[in-house]
Write a protein that binds this ligand. Structure first.
Ligand code: MN
Ligand code: MN
Length: 457
């Protein structure tokens, strides 16, 4: 058999890489924008504000359920400050369904406990409670930023953002020096930094000769923000790595950053929507919170807030909600676990996704016997494959790792619960859920192309 015939029969690995200079420039420009987003949107609140700002700048209007909408209208709806839903009303009626991309904008991190501030042996600390699946030992000895909101007793709101600016102080969790680490080093990786060991240093000066490091910190907070220890009880403060995105490698092909998961899919979806023309089918982007802890809560995709938004769009255009849901299709756009040759034992190489090989499509996620996942049907997967192939989007399929090795979940289960056809698709990552995760520039750009193609379908 000649080579051409053989290639027709085989499903060979393809690369998202390009050498076309004009295309390369587009990739670099998009990556620059993406890095600005990820460096300034490290929490769901910040990402929501950022996305809203971008949308408003492109002519999107805040949507109030009850108003009337028509083809070409561009609207956004902020859901309790931590998630945002956006839509461009298409030329066809919503009874013919919409094209939805759902991603999440929360990432694993350390939240402050409700009563966070204490002192011990001359050092002031915050107690924390980790959020999402982290390897706890990674969070020691790295600079941390602090973000969130504090409400004074009179109800006024203070936004706290400390540590991102080079002139800001940062925060820090100490680790034990290896010299006397014998006992610590003999413990398993999941135990040697316990949850209660993630205490953040936030000060070390006493208020007077009698001590009072905690009091000194409170006096600074009161002077700067007019808040007291009582106000910390109702606050929502979170610590994230004070590390900005960086290019990685001599060839600068990769981007290391905190919180790629899942802003790396959220941003391409957002840009595909706000930069796009008026689509045939109504395009919807859902940037959700709480995915990392199971999509619970009023801002998580398990909340009725999300289907309510679709229902509101139907009401606003005079369409039938049930018909709309049945005709809709959703990309659950979330990251894939790229094959890591340094940890080859955890993967099954022939069913893994690879860096620089385009967007990762997952028929199913889940763990063990596919537990907890939305296993997309062949009809859905084949439909998506056709959309991507026709648009020249480079895509690959794979699982997270070896069977019985663990697993993952996405918002696909929640979308499926609403009765909307859904499939997982996203950018492959190395070091997922680490303080900095790694992704390929070309794959990020391919996710933009995938989002554009999906909205045009
Ligand atoms: Mn994710
Ligand atoms: Mn995750």
């Amino acid at each position: 058999m000649n080579r051409q015939d053989a290639e027709k029969l085989l499903n060979k690995k393809r690369y998202s890489i390009t050498n076309d200079l004009a295309e390369l420039q587009k990739v670099e420009e998009f990556i620059k924008d993406y890095r600005h987003f990820i460096d300034n949107g490290k929490t769901e609140r910040m990402a929501t504000v950022y996305a809203e700002g971008e949308a408003i700048a492109k002519g999107f209007k805040p949507f109030t359920p009850g108003e009337t909408l028509r083809a070409g209208d561009k609207i956004c709806y902020v859901n309790y400050n931590k998630s945002i839903l956006l839509a461009v009303i298409g030329k066809r009626p919503l009874d013919e369904g919409c094209r939805i991309i759902a991603s999440h904008i929360d990432s694993p991190r350390l939240d402050l406990k409700p009563q966070p501030l204490y002192e011990n042996s001359g050092i002031a600390y915050f107690k924390t409670h980790y959020y999402g699946g982290i390897k706890k030992y990674q969070w020691t000895a790295v600079p941390l930023e602090l973000h969130g909101v504090v409400y004074r007793a009179d109800g006024t709101r203070i936004d706290i953002n400390i540590g991102a600016d080079q002139s800001d102080p940062v925060f820090y969790i100490s680790d034990l020096m290896p010299h006397i680490g014998k006992d610590q080093m003999s413990k398993s990786a999941s135990e040697f930094i316990p949850g209660e060991g993630l205490n953040i240093i936030n000060g070390s000066l006493p208020i007077d000769d009698d001590g009072g490091v905690k009091l000194k910190v409170l006096s600074i907070l009161n002077e700067k923000y007019g808040i007291t220890e009582r106000d910390l009880v109702t606050a929502e403060l979170t610590a994230v790595p004070a590390i900005m995105s960086r290019e990685v490698g001599f060839d600068r092909s990769l981007i290391a950053a905190y919180g790629h998961d899942d802003r790396i899919c959220a941003y391409p979806a957002l840009r595909a929507l706000i930069d796009g023309d008026v689509p045939e089918h109504t395009s919807v982007v859902m940037l959700a919170d709480k995915e990392e802890i199971g999509s619970y809560g009023v801002t998580g995709l398990g909340s009725e807030s999300y289907p309510d938004f679709i229902r509101s769009l139907c009401d606003a255009t005079g369409a039938d909600y049930l018909a709309c849901k049945r005709a809709s299709i959703c990309l659950s756009a979330d990251v894939g676990g790229a094959y890591d040759p340094c940890y080859a034992d955890a993967y099954e190489a022939s069913n893994s996704v690879y860096l620089n090989c385009g967007v990762a499509v997952s028929k199913y996620t889940g763990s063990r016997g596919k537990g907890g996942c939305s296993d997309a049907s062949a009809e859905t997967l084949a439909k998506l494959a056709r959309i991507f192939d026709e648009a020249g989007v480079v895509w690959q399929v794979g699982e997270y790792g070896k069977v019985d090795q663990g697993g993952a979940g996405t918002v696909a289960s929640e979308i499926a619960h609403y009765g909307i056809e859904v499939i997982d698709c996203g950018v492959p990552l190395l070091s997922m859920h680490s303080v900095t995760e790694l992704a390929s520039k070309f794959d990020i750009y391919e996710m933009l192309k995938a989002s554009v193609a999906f909205f045009k379908s």
